[in-house]
Design a binder for this molecule. Sequence first.
Ligand SMILES: O=C(O)c1ccccc1NCC(=O)[C@H](O)[C@H](O)COP(=O)(O)O
Length: 218
Amino acid sequence: MTRVKVCGITRREDREAVVAAGADAIGVINGVSVDTPREVDDETAAALVAGVPPLVTSVLVTMPEAVQSVARRVETVQPDVVQVHDGLTPTQLGALRRRVDAQLVAVVDAEHAEIEAYADAADALLVDSVDAEGGGGTGETHDWDRTREIVDTLDAPVVLAGGLTPKNVGDAVGTVRPFGVDVASGVEAEGGVKDHDAVRAFVQQAKRADAAAVEAGR
Ligand SMILES: O=C(O)c1ccccc1NCC(=O)[C@H](O)[C@H](O)COP(=O)(O)O
């Protein structure tokens, strides 16, 4: 079953709508070096994560400068998973993985030269369309055939992100067959505010496409 993560939650009511829509994971962005309407402060991040119910995964999305700083942030926010964009080498990610009480998702773009090393250092890989500064939330798709190759090559769970919307997520799931899909700007009413109808449609389309692919033996 393709898991669905909805990222960039800034408000309690959006977190609740995402849970009600049947998403598997909720992403909270905290400690990033890019300007984004989806980032929240430490206190809000911790409160949003604390309210995620059992059986739904909370994800802290961050862009650390050092292992220590992200370890501190994990202690403050207490997520189930930490998703690391940019900044750390595979060796540093390995050190972080041993240090924190959270699973680790490493973010790469589909053309990254060290994809295997990042996959080995983390619990899962998120293949995104990152901007020049290493940030996500670009609203841009990338070459899904390349991401399908990564899915087929690696043992690690691979999450597809970048430019997904309720309209294209079905094709994305059918083409890439990822472990999960991730969306931020594609289900927003405005920057940092989720459109609850779009969230529901996104989750439905992703799950429907997964069921169709399983039925077709793909
Ligand atoms: O969403 C952001 O603004 C962001 C900024 C800096 C680092 C990460 C960020 N988002 C992380 C995500 O996991 C997004 O869901 C992913 O990049 C996809 O975004 P989108 O293309 O908008 O669906």
